[in-house]
Design a binder for this molecule. Structure first.
Ligand code: CMP
Length: 143
């Protein structure tokens, strides 16, 4: 993936609250195309692997519990400058600091239950997407 892709998850809190459709609409209206998408649930072990960079931090255990607590929507989305533009679309990690109109401002419950994940670098987008999607599950250039 080369700068035009990022990885996202709609987190268990937002799925449970019924925000999946609205969040996907915001992503599409934000100019992103969906390359891959699945409705799935992480095991505790998978959530530990996904968030291994945060291992040892005080919020790690509860983050892993939360992220494996229910279904999520995982997706690869594309757009020029995808990683940075997606982070602008979703807003700051802490929804209290997220700009008006951003996905987290609209749908997040708290710092941990912040509605969506967005990769923080091209390298992490590639790594995170590889946890969820094979090459055969990715579709590009269909629009
Ligand atoms: P995300 O973008 O998925 O990346 C790591 C996640 O850890 C973050 O969103 C939050 O859900 C969570 N997180 C980050 N910092 C904290 C914190 N200080 N306390 C609780 N959860 C946090």
């Amino acid at each position: 993936m080369n700068g035009n892709y990022t990885f996202t998850m709609i987190k268990p809190c937002a799925v449970k609250a019924g925000f999946t459709g609205r969040i996907l609409a915001d992503i599409l209206e934000g100019g992103f195309d969906i390359v891959a998408m699945k409705f799935t649930r992480m095991t505790r072990e998978q959530a530990e692997t996904f968030y291994s960079v945060h291992q040892g931090k005080p919020f790690f255990e509860s983050l892993v519990d939360f992220m494996s607590s229910g279904p999520i929507v995982a997706a690869i989305v594309s757009k020029e400058n995808a990683v940075a533009d997606f982070r602008t679309l979703i807003g700051a990690t802490n929804p209290e600091n997220a700009a008006e109109g951003t996905i987290r401002r609209k749908y997040a419950e708290s710092l941990q239950r912040n509605a969506v994940h967005g990769s923080d670098s091209d390298e992490n987008a590639t790594l995170e997407a590889s946890h969820f999607f094979s090459g055969f599950e990715r579709f590009q250039g269909y629009r």
